[in-house]
Design a protein around this ligand. Structure first.
Ligand SMILES: [Zn+2]
Length: 251
């Protein structure tokens, strides 16, 4: 997978950076800037090593040329190389990296935060996951400024390729139509997942999208692809409606 990212990145016009090293390989970031004002879209995957569909979905989109001139791109596709190599959720020290973005006990999360601090703010962030317990696709949204939501269109697009988890309670949290919008202030949580760090420091719109591990790999990848393609299309469309610099007031 790492070799495929290393080949597909430059072929699609991306710069490939190593921002950390682990026993199982480097932590990689792929970035691409398009000239002119564009939305900045951040995507991450592979923070849980037992979730192979998310990095594979990003790889397929990269190889298909879908990260094109519509945006500036920031990809961290394999955030837990040790876990991915061993097929474990945690890293080699048994740490769940996606609970480590406040305490930064792991070298991986520290290196990732260091890299993020060198990046500009993002228009939207999309963290891609799988869930072993869910009966279908679902997503979390953090949208404190009430920006136009991408949640319903994402769910509508995924419906064509994968069932949606319609349970009223997912992961112990209230859910509606496969959409979780946590009501309590996420910054007060004791352990921070990547998305809460992103919300605190880099963006006002985050999504965590989850495909059901019980379904075939190809279907999970298709669900992620449908979700991400929709999120990207709408982000580009909505961003055009709001110019980066508002016109000067008439004299
Ligand atoms: Zn996960």
């Amino acid at each position: 997978m790492a070799a495929r990212f290393a080949a597909a990145g430059p072929a699609a016009g991306f710069r490939v950076e190593h921002f950390g090293e682990t026993a199982a390989g480097p932590l990689i970031a792929l970035t691409k800037r398009t000239p002119g004002p564009r939305p900045r879209i951040y995507l991450s995957a592979g923070i849980h090593g037992d979730e192979p569909a998310p990095p594979l979905a990003l790889l397929e989109l990269l190889e298909a040329g879908r990260f094109d001139g519509r945006a500036n791109w920031f990809l961290c596709p394999m955030l837990n190389p040790n876990g991915l190599a061993r097929g474990t959720r945690e890293n080699a020290d048994g740490l769940d990296l996606n609970r480590d973005y406040k305490d930064l006990q792991s070298a991986e999360a520290r290196a990732h935060v260091g890299w993020l601090q060198r990046q500009p703010n993002f228009t939207v962030t999309l963290s891609v996951h799988e869930d072993w317990e869910s009966t279908g696709f679902y997503l979390y949204e953090l949208n404190p400024d009430q920006r136009p939501s991408l949640a319903e269109p994402i769910i509508a697009a995924v419906t064509a390729v994968c069932p949606i988890d319609l349970s009223p309670l997912i992961d112990g949290r209230e859910s509606k139509g496969g959409i979780l919008r946590p009501v309590s202030d996420p910054l007060l949580r004791e352990k921070w997942p990547e998305s809460i760090y992103l919300r605190a420091s880099h963006t006002t719109l985050t999504y965590t999208i989850e495909s059901p591990s019980a379904f075939p790999l190809a279907q999970r990848i298709a669900a992620h692809r449908a979700a991400l393609e929709t999120a990207i299309t709408l982000t580009v469309r909505d961003w055009r409606k709001t110019p980066a610099n508002p016109p000067a007031a008439a004299p």
